[in-house]
Design a protein around this ligand. Structure first.
Ligand SMILES: Nc1ncnc2c1ncn2[C@@H]1O[C@H](COP(=O)(O)OP(=O)(O)OP(=O)(O)O)[C@@H](O)[C@H]1O
Ligand SMILES: [Mg+2]
Length: 215
């Protein structure tokens, strides 16, 4: 469903875990946009990432598959700067984002759309407020345009007329769709999906994005 994914190499993310790396067969784009080099991350005695290298090229769809607890979500959080690695680097356009100031990181995060595992919607906010959060906080777009954009994002994931509902009123799959709509609302360059298929009918990653899927 994710555009003809083909296995290209065996990969180990964690010492006892077989992780298979898949690359989408997108015909365009060879420019490496994100490069992970030697990422190591431990929590206390537990080493979760034992030196991960990965290159993600422009326009590619990369999926990482691994058993529960092997470090997939940790890897995604390091890529968007929510967690710092113990060592190694995350190069974005050649800049190591593990070493930059928080202010610069906030700017860089605007380039990422993230669908978190379990959707991570704000329960006290409506669908409209969840999807429009970034637009209302970080842009000067008019309220009318924001509402149009929210409607477009929701229709893109097959949801209409749910703007005034709260997450608790939605099914698991609908929540995931709203999370997806929120991720694309700011027109990100990269889309990162943690567990894209849980409780969800297939959604095709939109063209023109660089996608990282965790399944
Ligand atoms: N903030 C944290 N503090 C301590 N340990 C953590 C933290 N985040 C993750 N871990 C541990 O790191 C390991 C990897 O966690 P992670 O969430 O990346 O797993 P995962 O591969 O995404 O699993 P799943 O498929 O179940 O989502 C787990 O053993 C987890 O307990
Ligand atoms: Mg996870």
């Amino acid at each position: 469903m994710w555009g003809g994914l083909q296995p290209v190499s065996g990969y180990r993310l964690y010492h006892h875990t077989d992780l298979r790396l898949f690359l989408g067969l997108y015909p365009f784009g060879v420019l490496v946009l994100i490069e992970l080099m030697g990422l190591v991350k431990s929590f206390g005695e537990l080493q979760v990432l034992g030196g991960v290298d990965l290159s993600i090229s422009e326009g590619k769809t990369v999926a990482i598959i691994g058993e529960s607890g092997c470090g997939k979500s940790v890897l995604l959080k390091i890529i968007i700067g929510l967690l710092k690695p113990d060592s190694g680097s995350v190069l974005l356009d050649g800049q190591d984002i593990t070493k930059i100031k928080y202010k610069e990181l906030v700017e860089i995060r605007k380039r990422f759309g993230m669908v978190f595992q379990g959707s991570a919607l704000f329960d006290s906010l409506t669908v409209d407020e969840n999807v429009g959060l970034g637009l209302r906080r970080h842009t000067r777009i008019s309220e009318e345009e924001i509402r149009k954009k929210i409607g477009w994002c929701l229709s893109h994931v097959g949801l209409e007329g749910v703007e005034d509902k709260y997450p608790a009123q939605l099914s698991g799959g609908m929540k995931k769709r709203v999370a997806f709509a929120r991720a694309i609302a700011m027109d990100p360059q990269f889309l990162l999906y943690d567990e894209p298929n849980t409780g969800l009918d297939p959604i095709t990653p939109p063209e023109g994005y660089t996608n990282l899927l965790i399944t």
